[in-house]
Design a binder for this molecule. Structure first.
Ligand SMILES: *Cc1c(COP(=O)(O)O)cnc(C)c1O
Ligand SMILES: [Zn+2]
Length: 408
């Protein structure tokens, strides 16, 4: 781990050794990985990154792992597509989609779990665990299988079938908890004190969170080593949003892209669980927890761990926050599928519907470079759009086909 110098408290800045810990003993602030950036600056370059593998591991100098022995499902370096059709519809000439729906377990969570599982193995754990809103479950189960580790996965009992089966298939111990994600998370925080397991988003969370930075790095590299003007980011705990911001700053500070960081980061949630959006518009610095009632289950965290840091990023970056009405989530999914051929899950539906609003409100101007983060795959949340499944039903004859076609 040549470039990690310590864990550091985000609040009081006290430093801790690199251990599976996540909270400051003095002020209970969250711990964050701290690097020796001078040492990184001496080795890193665009050429070095480009010579790396076509995966998230090309940015390993900026990840908190030793690396020789990563738990590697070849995650990342996912497509950044220019969205000409959707862009034309929304009046945006430079709209890009970062398609993380095509990762190994079909969501961006493979990035964070790739780092967390590698770090857990380096610490000597033989068991991975997590509290999940859905996508983390599948990713942890897949990485445990790949690493030959055991897995205990805790999910809310009312999760979509696609996510339950898409987790169970990897053979973990899957525990369905009768409660919300926030109940599951509270239970896991207690279990983490008792069981010697690496809960990827609890006791090894500082390492886990760093994996999200690769969604900033890749976008910057794929845009030709420059930063976008706007990013649309779906928010659950708020970790992804804060790490995209951190990643952009690291690239500028290391001279890999021109600065300063001018990207405006916009947070998007579904109305039925939008504590960060509400706090942003109320002008508060803290987030008041809510009880989630939303179709976007992957974003259904009522008490987001990184909510206050996400709010700081929104304000520092000049971004804004959008809550999408529940009925517009499915519309966002079908709009993206029909215009660009990408089938995303409910979180992506939130992103696309929010993007539409930001364009209509003139917050994003026509010529600006916009990246919408598509973080999960639609095959896992098919319930959300089942109304589209109305094929023309015909007899196997030309006449029957023509009759059905005319009657449509
Ligand atoms: C987990 C998740 C997010 C948001 O993650 P946080 O870092 O917790 O804010 C976004 N999209 C999808 C599909 C997710 O599964
Ligand atoms: Zn502290």
């Amino acid at each position: 781990m040549p470039y990690v110098s310590a864990l550091q408290c985000r609040e009081c800045k006290r430093q801790y050794p690199v251990q599976p810990i996540h909270v400051c003993e003095f002020c209970f602030g969250p711990l964050e990985v701290h690097y020796d950036y001078d040492a990184i600056a001496r080795v890193i370059s665009r050429e070095r990154i480009q010579k790396g593998p076509p995966t998230m591991w090309r940015y390993q100098d900026l990840l908190p792992v030793d690396g020789e022995n990563a738990v590697d499902l070849q995650t990342g370096f996912t497509p950044l597509l220019k969205a000409r059709n959707l862009g034309r519809l929304l009046g945006l000439d430079n709209l890009y989609l970062k398609n993380d729906a095509v990762n190994p377990s079909y969501s961006f969570k493979d990035r964070v779990v790739g780092v967390a599982s590698t770090k857990a193995r380096e610490f000597g754990f033989d068991t991975l665990a997590c509290a999940s809103t859905g996508n983390l479950a599948g990713s942890v189960a897949a990485h445990a299988a790949r690493a030959g580790m055991k897995a205990f996965i805790f999910i809310p009992a009312d999760l979509e079938q696609g996510k339950i089966i898409g987790t169970a298939v990897y053979g973990p111990t899957l525990v369905a908890v009768k409660g919300s994600y926030d109940d599951v998370n509270k239970l896991c925080a207690e279990l983490a004190d008792t069981y010697p397991w690496a809960f990827v988003n609890i006791n090894v969370r500082p390492y886990y969170a760093e994996g999200s930075k690769t969604l900033a790095f890749e976008v910057a590299e794929q845009l030709g080593w420059r930063l976008p003007d706007h990013c649309i980011v779906p928010v659950a705990s708020g970790s992804l949003l804060t790490k995209i911001w951190k990643g952009f700053h690291e690239f500028v500070d290391l001279g890999l892209v021109p600065g300063p960081v001018h990207t405006r980061i916009h947070a998007v949630q579904a109305e039925g669980c939008s504590p960060v959006v509400q706090a942003f518009h109320a002008g508060t610095t803290h987030v008041r927890p809510v009880r989630p009632h939303t179709i976007a289950k992957s974003l259904a965290i009522g008490n987001p761990a990184d909510g206050i840091y996400a709010l700081r990023v929104l304000r520092a970056s000049g971004g804004t926050a959008v809550a999408v009405p529940e009925e517009e989530v499915a519309q966002g999914i079908t709009l993206l599928a029909e215009t660009e051929g990408i089938f995303t899950e409910t979180a992506g539906g939130v992103v696309i519907s929010a993007l539409k609003r930001l364009a209509q409100q003139g917050i994003i101007r026509r010529d600006e470079v916009v990246v919408a983060y598509i973080t999960g795959n639609g095959l896992k949340t098919q319930e959300a759009v089942q109304q589209v499944a109305r094929p023309l039903l015909v007899e196997p004859t030309v006449a029957s086909f023509q009759k059905a076609l005319n009657g449509r």
